[in-house]
Every structure is written in C-alpha cells, then in structure tokens.
Design a protein around this ligand. Structure first.
Ligand code: NAD
Ligand code: UFG
Length: 341
C-alpha cells in the first residue's frame, strides 16, 4: 500500500507539482483545497501526467469537522501543508484575512493532526521570513525579521512549530523556506496560473510573450547590482517539489526532529538576466521598460543551500534555461491558464 500524504493546497501551483513527484515516488497524495486560488483542472492534469488523479476534498483548512472526517477515513502518513494566501501587497492591505487564513488555518490543521496523532509535517515557509538581514546570502541560522504581514505570518507559524515540537514528543517537522519558484512540469500540462495581473516576474514575462500584457515592467534599474536590476534565487518548481519528497523521506526514516531548510539554488539571477534567458528560448525580444522600484523590494538575495544538501542529499538540478523553457511551454499551451482547457 502506498502511504497516503495529505496535501493541503494541493491544487495550487507548487502543490500540484508536489503531487506529481509524490506519485512518482510511490506515495498517494490526498488533496484538501478550498480552490480559492486554483482549480480542480490542475489535478486532472496531474492524472494525465502520472496516470493517477489525486483525490480532491474541497474544504478549508479552518474546517475542523472536515479535517477530523478526513483523518478518520484513512491512515495518513504525513501532511504537506501548502494551503495559504501568498500575495505580499494584499497581506499589507488586509492583514487579518492573511493571519486568519494562514496562521489560524495552520493552528487548526495542527490541532486536527494532534487529535489524529499524525505528527509528520512539511510546511511551506518562505525566504521572506528573513526580512532584510543586511547580507545577500541567506542562511538558516540568521535572525528572522520579516517586513510584511505575509512574512510575519510564516514566521509566526515557524515559531509555533518549534513550540509544538518542544512540547510534545514524536513530531517530525520540516519548515522549508522557498526562494523564488518558477517554471512548470516539462509536459506543459501544469504550471503557474495567477488570477488577475501577475505579481511575480516569471508569469509577467510569459504573459508578455503570449500577448496578455503589453510589456514587462522592470522594477528599478538603479539597484546596487551588476546590471542595476533586482537579483533573486530562482528555483525550478520541479526541483522544489523533489525537495519536498527528499524531506518527506528523511522525516519518515529518522527520529523525531524539527528541520528548517532553505530550498534554493544558491545562485542570484537578475531580472534582466532572466528576461534575456527567456528571450533566447522564445527566439525574439520582448517589450520592456525600466520603471520605478517597487515599494518593499530589496536589491539582492539568494539562498545558502548547503544545509539542505547536507541533511537531505538534495540540490537543484534544473538550470535557468530549463526554467524559461518549461514556463514558456506551459504558457504557450495554456495562454489563459487552466481556463484555456
Ligand atoms: P497557490 O495559491 O497556487 O496555492 C495555494 C493553494 O492553497 C491554492 O490551491 C488555494 O486554493 C489553497 N488554499 C489557500 N487557502 C486555503 C484554505 N484556507 N483552505 C484550503 N485551501 C486553501 O500558491 P503556491 O505558489 O502554490 O504556494 C504554496 C505555498 O507555498 C503557500 O503557502 C505559499 O505561501 C508558499 N510559498 C510560495 C512561494 C511562491 O513564490 N509561489 C514562495 C514561498 C512560499
Ligand atoms: N519584478 C519586476 N517586474 C515584475 C515583477 C517582478 O521587475 O513585473 C522584479 C522584482 O522587483 C524583483 C524580482 O523581479 O526584483 C522578483 O520579484 P517577484 O515578485 O517575482 O518575487 P519576490 O522576490 O518579490 O517575492 C517572491 C514571492 C514571495 C516570497 C519570495 C521568497 O512573491 O511571496 O519570493 O523569496 F516570499
């Protein structure tokens, strides 16, 4: 019997890719998602890729009854907790909605896990928990001081996980701090499908390429970086998904523990480098304009991925070309995202 892994938020961008890697690794994903930022079509596509369509329970992580019923209905070996709202700007305008969904939602999930005696968890954290530490390479032992409500929520949840692991024996927890996930499954069947105008760089580029946006706005050309544009650590979403399976295998095979790990490539890429790499894949130049810096952005940061490599034996495999090629394959085949189906 393949162990069942509850995947909250499994219909979303990263969760759907994680379902693919879970199935490939011999696990059975069981998805709980309220579909507030996704569609069930992503899971039908996972079925086309793997031959196994994950079961979807449409429910909210704040619904204690739904969680209890789910845990009572089958043994669950572990939980991958992706469910959450993720728009930084929106979190600044409506912090209570974010803390209710992300922080209170995580508390509800943890309480349900406690009731069901399921104590193995992988949590989607973010490099945003570091804030602006004054260094460019972020290491797990650096002080965290997030600068927006979204990031503070992630940091609150990480601290809560620490309290929980210290209070009760048996918890196996990995808080994974993602850097900038981009790209798509190589089939082009699943990918990132933002609702409304994209906030993030890669969907903005692919939407310009497909004609949904007139031009790419580069937020700032005067950052203290080699080419003046912002620098981030982009990670192919399939590398990220494989990092989750590595963390899951590690947790299931070891004594109870609390791990906090960066998942990134260790390399900084600028906005203009990303644009040029994408244009190479596309075979033509894209319209772009350098505009004012975006409030809240910082110049440059990337991961120190050493700890994840040492603990999990995991490191990224896919390069910038693969990120651009796969993001473009997805967008080209699905110009309106899953609504194109
Ligand atoms: P996404 O919006 O595509 O997926 C999140 C999923 O969670 C969606 O399917 C949504 O419908 C679901 N969801 C949200 N609130 C829910 C609730 N209360 N109950 C049930 N389902 C709920 O986002 P993603 O990019 O796949 O991100 C997954 C996780 O990774 C999030 O927790 C996010 O904060 C974190 N993360 C993402 C990034 C990124 O750049 N994409 C970076 C760092 C961390
Ligand atoms: N950028 C542009 N134009 C755009 C979009 C982005 O120039 O249209 C630039 C940004 O200024 C930044 C870089 O591209 O320099 C990356 O920006 P993103 O919005 O793609 O990503 P961020 O680094 O701002 O943040 C992302 C997620 C956060 C997460 C963080 C983790 O949005 O939720 O990565 O590192 F916390």
């Amino acid at each position: 019997m393949n162990p069942t892994i509850l995947v909250t938020g499994g219909a979303g961008y990263i969760g759907a890719h994680a379902c693919v890697t879970l199935i490939a690794a011999g696990f059975t994903p069981l998805v709980l998602d309220n579909l507030c930022n996704s569609s069930a079509e992503s899971l039908r596509r996972v079925g086309r890729i793997t031959g196994v369509e994950p079961r979807l329970i449409v429910a909210d992580i704040r619904d204690a009854q739904a969680l209890d019923a789910l845990f009572a209905a089958q043994p669950v070996a572990a939980v991958m907790h992706f469910a959450g709202l993720k728009a930084v700007g929106e979190s600044t305008r409506d912090p209570l909605r974010y803390h209710d969904n992300n922080v209170a939602g995580s508390i509800g999930l943890l309480q349900a896990m406690q009731r069901a005696a399921v104590r193995t968890l992988i949590f989607s954290s973010s490099a945003t928990v570091y804030g602006e530490p004054g260094f460019e390479q972020f290491r797990e032992d650096m002080r965290c001081d997030p600068v927006n409500p979204y990031g503070r929520g992630k940091w609150m949840i990480e601290q809560m996980l620490g309290d929980l692991a210290a209070s009760e024996a048996g918890w196996r927890i990995a808080a994974l701090r993602y850097f900038n996930p981009v790209g798509a499954h190589a089939s082009g069947l699943i990918g990132e499908d933002p609702r409304g105008a994209p906030d993030n760089l890669m969907p903005a580029i692919t939407q310009v390429a497909v004609g949904r946006l007139p031009k790419l706005r580069v937020f700032g050309g005067d950052w203290p970086t080699p080419d003046g544009s912002g620098v981030r650590d982009y990670i192919h979403v399939m590398d990220l998904a494989e990092g989750h399976v590595a963390a899951l295998r590690h947790l299931l095979a070891h004594d109870p523990t609390l791990l906090t790990l960066n998942l990134g490539s260790g390399h900084g890429i600028s906005v203009l480098q990303m644009l040029r790499a994408f244009e190479q894949v596309l075979g033509r130049a894209l319209p772009c304009e350098i505009v004012a810096r975006r409030p809240g952005d910082i110049a440059a940061y990337w991961a120190d991925p050493t700890l994840a490599a040492n603990v999990l034996g995991w490191r990224t495999q896919r390069d910038l070309h693969a990120m651009c090629r796969d993001a473009w394959r997805w967008q080209q085949a699905n110009p309106r995202g899953y609504a194109s189906a």
